[in-house]
Design a protein around this ligand. Sequence first.
Ligand code: NAD
Length: 437
Amino acid sequence: MEIKSKPVRPEGKLGVLTPGMGAVATTFIAGVEAIRKGQAEPIGSLTQMGTIRLGKRTENRIPKIKDFIPLAELEDIIFGGWDIFEDNVYEAALKAGVLHRETLDGIKPFLEGIKPMKAVFDQKYVKKLSGTWVKKGKSWFDLAQQLQNDMVEFKKRNGCARLVVVWCASTEIFIQPSAVHMSLESFEKGLKENDPMIAPSMVYAYAALSQGIPFANGAPNLTVDIPALMELAQKNNVPLAGKDFKTGQTLMKTILAPGLKARLIGLNGWFSTNILGNRDGEVLDDPESFKTKEESKLSVLEYILQPRLYPQLYDRFYHKVRINYYPPRGDNKEGWDNLDIFGWLGYPMQIKIDFLCRDSILAAPIVLDLALFMDLGARLGFKGIQEWLSFYFKSPMHAPGLYPEHDLFIQLMKLKNTLRYIQGEDLITHLGQEYYD
Ligand SMILES: NC(=O)c1ccc[n+]([C@@H]2O[C@H](COP(=O)([O-])OP(=O)(O)OC[C@H]3O[C@@H](n4cnc5c(N)ncnc54)[C@H](O)[C@@H]3O)[C@@H](O)[C@H]2O)c1
């Protein structure tokens, strides 16, 4: 990552486009507008509330991140997106059932004014949904061009200087990288020939990256995690990031597991189960979509606990993750974790967690931070995978040959050190003299 010059305050509007305008996207949009109106605080957003220590501790320089790094202002964000249902953001937010009607009614005209564009969709990839607000096209390539046209038109219509795309649509079925994904050439051929291994999310990503628009993937789908689209990002100097917003149970795992490892406490088993009743839960009720999510959730512990380095502690732990669709809960998920751990002389202990969580409340500030940081990255000429944004993902994309970093605290240090680096400040290693001077 090379910094040619320090970032300057961006000028003009930033369009944030979300494929998918369901629970997460509408909670994000309504939240930003409520904050802009002074009706709420940006709780959970590192870009808005987080601070960053600079220099030695004795210097007492701890600005807010947003005062340290010139990010787009909330006032300059314009929202847009696509969905397979025609509902405007007010109607979609009411159906999603995350935010109370009173919160939404306070900003109703604004939310009603945001209407989704027609989606690129194929039910083969999301079995549980059947949409009505869907584009028609001769091929994936044709559909990609229609999306590109949407982006160009949106930018023009709203007078935006820059765009970013954050995938907030449903989880697609599990697919593995195959020949068509291996190079840009084979991928573009596949787009024209309607290759069945190309998923709709890839068509959105292709459309964005082709135009130099950053793309972040909030779902566990393969999407941009394929050589073809990484090649496109390199070619066009565009940042990309993914995958799967780190919320709920996995967030808890990446908070707890580093603590257990730090204290060399062993693990025999970690059983996680959830009930949730939103549309995401319904989509994940399909085994093929669940498999995509399961892969994303399972890898976390393996990487944090490093069984190969600590065989006596983590060689044999049993890890199970279940998601149960239970409509009465709506978006208010309940997640139970049972941890069988062991300590000194192998004596067993247990930890039980009952997390009454609101997934979209945890996800919305992630969408905001990703949009602002991806825009920053694009302005600085960062291209390809943005590993410094691993903090936000359950299954962080990483350079080939490297392993992903899952530990929330290492991820945060990496993110903040990247910001220090961007502004030419010393990196903080928490080592050395500052303890003594
Ligand atoms: N809620 C969370 O905290 C959380 C955490 C991590 C990841 N995610 C992921 O984020 C995504 C969104 O979650 P959600 O809770 O908002 O789900 P949701 O079901 O409420 O919203 C998804 C929306 O995407 C739309 N959609 C599906 N396919 C589409 C396509 N091809 N193009 C455009 N729109 C499409 C659906 O109609 C729906 O409105 C899911 O993939 C979910 O797994 C959510």
